[in-house]
Design a protein around this ligand. Sequence first.
Ligand SMILES: *[C@@H]1O[C@H](CO)[C@@H](O)[C@H](O)[C@H]1NC(C)=O
Ligand SMILES: *[C@@H]1O[C@H](CO)[C@@H](O)[C@H](O)[C@H]1NC(C)=O
Ligand SMILES: *[C@@H]1O[C@H](CO)[C@@H](O)[C@H](O)[C@H]1NC(C)=O
Ligand SMILES: *[C@@H]1O[C@H](CO)[C@@H](O)[C@H](O)[C@H]1NC(C)=O
Ligand SMILES: *[C@@H]1O[C@H](CO)[C@@H](O)[C@H](O)[C@H]1NC(C)=O
Ligand SMILES: *[C@@H]1O[C@H](CO)[C@@H](O)[C@H](O)[C@H]1NC(C)=O
Ligand SMILES: *[C@@H]1O[C@H](CO)[C@@H](O)[C@H](O)[C@H]1NC(C)=O
Ligand SMILES: *[C@@H]1O[C@H](CO)[C@@H](O)[C@H](O)[C@H]1NC(C)=O
Length: 796
Amino acid sequence: MGRVSAVLMGAAVALLSWTCVVATATSTTASASSSVTIASVASPRNETSSSPSLAASGSNSDANANLQQLRMAPVAPEQDKQEKKEQQQQQQGLLEQKLQRLQEQRRLCARCDCFALRSAPGSAAKDGNTTVRVSLDENLDDILDVTTAIPGLGAPTTTAASIKGRTTPPPARPDNQVLVINCTSRLLAEELPRWSWPARLSAGEVVAAETWAEFRGGDLSGVSRLPQLPFRLTRLSLADNRLRTVAPRAFANLKALRDLDLSHNVIADVPHDAFLGLASLERLNLSRNSLSSRPLSADLFKDLGRLNRVSLAHNKITGELNGDTLPWSGSVQELDLSYNGLTSVSAGAWRRLPNIKVLDMSHNKLGSLTPDAFLELRSLERLDLSRNALVALAPGSLAGLAGLHALQLAHNGLRAEGLPAATFAQLSALHTLDLSSNQVSLPEGAAALSALPAALRALDLSHNPLGRAEGGLEGRSEAGAALPAGLETLSLAHCGLQGLDVRAWGKLTALRSLQLAGNDISVLSGLAHLPLEQLNVSSNALTRFPTVALPALRSLDVSHNHLERAPTPLAPLLRAVWLDDNPMEELRVAASPALALLSARRMPQLRSLPRGALHLAASEAPANASAPCLTLLLSHNPALSEVHEDAFRNVTFCQLDLSHNALESLDSRATDWSAVPSLDLQGNPWKCNCRLQWLLEGPMRHIYSSSPTLLEDLRCARPAEVSGRRLVHWFNHTGRALCDGELMDLQSAGSVTFKMSPASLAVVICLGVVAVGLVLLGILAHRRYVARRRVRNRRF
Ligand SMILES: *[C@@H]1O[C@H](CO)[C@@H](O)[C@H](O)[C@H]1NC(C)=O
Ligand SMILES: *[C@@H]1O[C@H](CO)[C@@H](O)[C@H](O)[C@H]1NC(C)=O
Ligand SMILES: *[C@@H]1O[C@H](CO)[C@@H](O)[C@H](O)[C@H]1NC(C)=O
Ligand SMILES: *[C@@H]1O[C@H](CO)[C@@H](O)[C@H](O)[C@H]1NC(C)=O
Ligand SMILES: *[C@@H]1O[C@H](CO)[C@@H](O)[C@H](O)[C@H]1NC(C)=O
Ligand SMILES: *[C@@H]1O[C@H](CO)[C@@H](O)[C@H](O)[C@H]1NC(C)=O
Ligand SMILES: *[C@@H]1O[C@H](CO)[C@@H](O)[C@H](O)[C@H]1NC(C)=O
Ligand SMILES: *[C@@H]1O[C@H](CO)[C@@H](O)[C@H](O)[C@H]1NC(C)=O
């Protein structure tokens, strides 16, 4: 023994000393190599591409020296002492500089969130690329390379080791990498001006396709100077920082910036040279500031040759918009002036911004439009004037808008009298017109509606009093017939219509979507031959749905009517139907296998689902139109107590919601319950007896594993002993818990009505006695067994 331990001891000592030797050798090598690397700092590699203020500190990060190495660096072999000493001093100075810079840099990523975003096409999800987020460490310069070598990103395989001693230029950047420095919600005001950015960023090296910096939600109101930002920055957000003004030439070096977000500040004043130098800027967001009607400098966008989108929404620009309010720009195509207090637009207001295509002036206080208000905007395609106070559109107020596609006029006070026949006639390219929530009435409005441009495809007239007045739309075939024949989408929802004969618009042979919800329509006619795909007649007074073939119909909403039967037959391509809130006593739906959604909720009279209630069977629908499965929403029907065992024919469910009905029991044969991916049976007064035992065995286990929250309110109502108990209580029971003696609901037998002869009654009684005897025997036999095996779950 002694010898063995002595040998072991000796071996250990030998091993230890060998380790020491190796360690010493390694550390010597390490310091040698670090001093070699650092030596290269002495000759800054390239200054030509560096930004002025940061150039001196050198863009060479090849050293890859971390702070530790820097501190122990200046160990040099003895040589020519004089020369070496000078060199050493020089080196020392540079190292000090570098150390300081690194410390500042370190502060950046220690306080902010530094990461790289890469879309990885290799591991792409079905609908698009997966974005991979790679967190970067404190020392950004060293890490930038490593991120390109993350396995699975399809990047060049550079190992950390080869980066350490690298002298070759960095591998080409993948064009899908975004480097993000996110300092949002950090309290940075004090230290921000002192920061320096990672040298390679500052030096303008392309380390990523895009570089974003976000400084939202701080308070930079006291910061007079931003840190020198890397001029490859492509996106900068200074939103929500209580900034009051923008300094002259504040972003002068950001030549690559495309996106500048200054929203959510209190900027009231922008000097004429604030955006000087932003040659690549495409989007400027000045929304939610305090800009007033005081004109912005005409030269504000002078340098911004690529500026495309400008948002001035949510400011305090009030009164009249005139030709001096906004700066010159030939490139701006989208302008957002919503949520200001503009009351009028003078002729000539757009002379400095002639190329606008999309103009949003919603949520202002425009009361009227002068003639020629938009005359200069020859390229305008979309105009949003909704939520203003317009009561009339003067003739000529939309003159010149020959290219306008979409016009939103919703939520104004427009009256029929204020819409002369020629109002829309000149908008020859108009495709979409939204006049919803106005005061347009008939017959006064008929003239304007009759003169709608032929190109119109979508018209929204909802929430206008079209049916209230004498001679409303119902009776006026000429008003309907006048709508452009190419119309594909028409909304007449909430218009007070009482009847509707769509034949009145015999020309609407292209109509695909018709919205009639919220009227008082009791008879619907003339739908035949329309190529309708969507029909919404919810919240009307229909007692019957017309039996017409709607061969193209995909979606039908007849909820909230007085229907006693479901529409039948349902269209062959129908995918979704809503029958909710109708007084049906029985549900019978025959549809094609294309049906994917059926909703029948809140029907107070619905008592049963009879045999074949839901029948999906052969139809003219092409086989490729079949839905893989059906979502059946059949909940909150307070009288629904019976589901026939044969209620669902040929139905595969994706979701079956039978919650909050009056079901006491269910037949295990009605469908393959365990195969329904989402089954909600909660809120029913379940009678927990042997007839429901099957539910514990298959379906409940399935629900437990797929969506346990659907067991929360799955409770017994009867028998009284277990009233209110969750079914999941018996989850771990072995044996047939609901068939146990204590749960046998003996009294309930009395409630069953037998229609039998006395003889068969006698037989039944005999059988009953025998059965009770057997049950008692069973109880005796299993009592100990059950008592021993029962595991009560304390959670339930
Ligand atoms: C500096 O950059 C220029 C142009 O990019 C190049 O021609 C020159 O060789 C570089 N100098 C050094 C020392 O790398
Ligand atoms: C996926 O990434 C490729 C390459 O980066 C890009 O061209 C493509 O547009 C991306 N697709 C989507 C859906 O983002
Ligand atoms: C920056 O951080 C904030 C808050 O942590 C987050 O809401 C925002 O989406 C982040 N921005 C980016 C570009 O990841
Ligand atoms: C501008 O900023 C506001 C507020 O931060 C934001 O809601 C809006 O979407 C931005 N607009 C654009 C065009 O980016
Ligand atoms: C039908 O119209 C009503 C009222 O506008 C709306 O609430 C409902 O969602 C619409 N139905 C469908 C299926 O879009
Ligand atoms: C089904 O097939 C027909 C012709 O075979 C085709 O026109 C139609 O677009 C297909 N529908 C779908 C949903 O694939
Ligand atoms: C179920 O569908 C098949 C094939 O579509 C059909 O042959 C069968 O008759 C259907 N069964 C019922 C009960 O409708
Ligand atoms: C069933 O028993 C297992 C093991 O004792 C336990 O982990 C689980 O929570 C129980 N589940 C229920 C629903 O009682």
